[in-house]
Design a protein around this ligand. Structure first.
Ligand SMILES: Nc1nc2c(ncn2[C@@H]2O[C@H](COP(=O)(O)OP(=O)(O)O)[C@@H](O)[C@H]2O)c(=O)[nH]1
Ligand SMILES: [Mg+2]
Length: 420
């Protein structure tokens, strides 16, 4: 029997009324996209993170008093009205969910006059300020480091604004020093965990190849960390990836440096953000630092209408809010893209790694779709818009393609899966 995806969704939304809440609508990427290399080739661990990674949550990390909570509150309350439909959106005062702004999804739903629109969601965690000595337990350090272990991406916020009324832990503003302070704590914490791992593994049978590999890898990473190299920059091969992942190291997390600047500097950046950019590039980070003004984001969070927000952004020469910038950075860093499922009942965005094939893309919705995959009726985003969302018109114009399991999904594809 051939089933069509949109029908299944209709069923779930109407009968359980909680598919949104129970479904896997977090911003995630389940399917391995493309091979990071052949089995014996060593590449930076971050390459594996990019093709196999997922973004479930973003942790805002940084020194105290630099605007973390201000930014967190602004990001997570900005679309509180929409998030209010979700019963467990405030799990904890320090954890909040945000709908990923998605203009394409907005337009698709508008064309179809759809009853319900489900964007991807992203969880933010406000991790209390880390200080020098955190790895030694300073200022509840260990607890906060533990919180970082649970997030999938680090948004490392640094203070790039001057304000004599807001005390900085050090006398002067120096974001690069601040980054180094925090990263040193993360490295020290990782060294402590590796030491424990090596000790524990050492008690077990050394003849077991898995244990031997774990010890070898942990020792190699520890050596690199001692030289100041984060785990994400360590070269590993395909076979080592599962063991690498199981170490849960803080410095293996993909990281975006984010500069908190004054309102005036929001569109241009300033001398401090330039320093962070140079530092970030010298460290080989793929994504340039994101510049935001937590103050502007707070103001935006209090505005109701889209017009008002746009006018306000214009005032500061901005085209995008901070949330969009952070999300675009995260997507770029992890090589993620979206495809859409669309019907009059529900339009929905799904996040997948670039390079994902149709069968695995279907699996992001449900494993049954992946197992029983037959084909995917696919309309590219631009064609879908040009045909005003009318599937019949798209079919007549030859714009609806029938793609097989190995079709590499393009960003923005509108897909209808058929499966057994
Ligand atoms: N001038 C200025 N003050 C800010 C900015 N962002 C945050 N602050 C202020 O800095 C103080 C600390 O902010 P908070 O978000 O609590 O910092 P956290 O300790 O990093 O969470 C508060 O008084 C904020 O109002 C900013 O962009 N400019
Ligand atoms: Mg705070």
């Amino acid at each position: 029997m051939i089933k069509q995806f949109s029908k299944i969704v209709n069923f779930k939304t109407t009968t359980t009324g909680c598919f949104n809440q129970c479904g896997s609508i977090r911003f995630f990427a389940a399917a391995p996209a493309k091979d990071a290399g052949n089995a014996n080739e060593k590449v930076k661990a971050s390459v594996f993170v990019k093709s196999r990674g997922s973004v479930k949550s973003v942790g805002i990390v940084g020194l105290p008093n630099i605007g973390k909570s201000t930014l967190f509150n602004a990001l997570t309350s900005s679309n509180a009205a929409m998030a209010a439909n979700f019963p467990f959106c405030t799990i904890d005062p320090n954890i909040g969910k945000v709908f990923v702004p998605d203009e394409r999804l907005d337009l698709i739903s508008k064309l179809l006059k759809t009853q319900s629109k489900v964007g991807t969601q992203l969880e933010f965690v406000d991790i209390a300020g880390l200080v020098k000595g955190a790895a030694e337990g300073e200022g509840l350090g260990n607890k906060f480091l533990g919180n970082i272990r649970n997030v999938s991406l680090i948004l490392h916020l640094v203070r790039c604004f001057e304000d004599k009324d807001i005390t900085h832990v050090s006398e002067e503003i120096d974001p690069v020093r601040d980054i180094e302070t925090i990263e040193m704590e993360l490295i020290l914490s990782d060294l402590q965990s590796l030491e424990k791992i090596i000790q524990e593994a050492g008690k077990k049978k050394q003849s077991n190849p898995e244990i031997a590999q774990r010890i070898e890898l942990a020792t190699r990473i520890a050596k690199a960390l001692e030289g100041g190299v984060p785990a994400r920059d360590i070269e590993i091969d395909e076979k080592e990836w599962p063991a690498f992942q199981s170490l849960h190291l803080l410095t293996s997390k993909p990281t975006i440096y984010t500069c908190n600047v004054s309102e005036q500097d929001a569109s241009t950046g300033n001398k401090y953000t330039e320093k962070v950019k140079d530092f970030s590039r010298s460290k080989g980070l793929e994504i340039d630092p994101v510049v935001v003004s937590a103050k502007i984001e707070s103001e935006l969070a209090n505005m109701e209408s889209e017009e008002e927000k746009k006018e306000f952004l214009d005032l500061y020469g901005l085209t995008n809010n901070g949330l969009s910038k952070v999300i675009n950075g995260a997507r770029g860093l992890l090589g993620l893209q979206s495809y859409y499922t669309a019907s009059e009942v529900e339009c929905r965005a799904w996040t997948i790694p670039i390079g994902t094939k149709a069968r695995q893309a279907a699996g992001v919705i449900h494993t049954d779709f992946e197992k029983g995959f037959i084909k995917a009726d696919t309309i590219s985003y631009n064609d879908f818009i040009a045909c005003k969302g009318d599937e019949k018109v798209a079919k007549e114009k030859g714009k609806q393609r029938q793609e097989g399991p190995n079709y590499v999904v393009a960003d923005g594809d509108v897909m209808f899966f058929k499966f057994n």
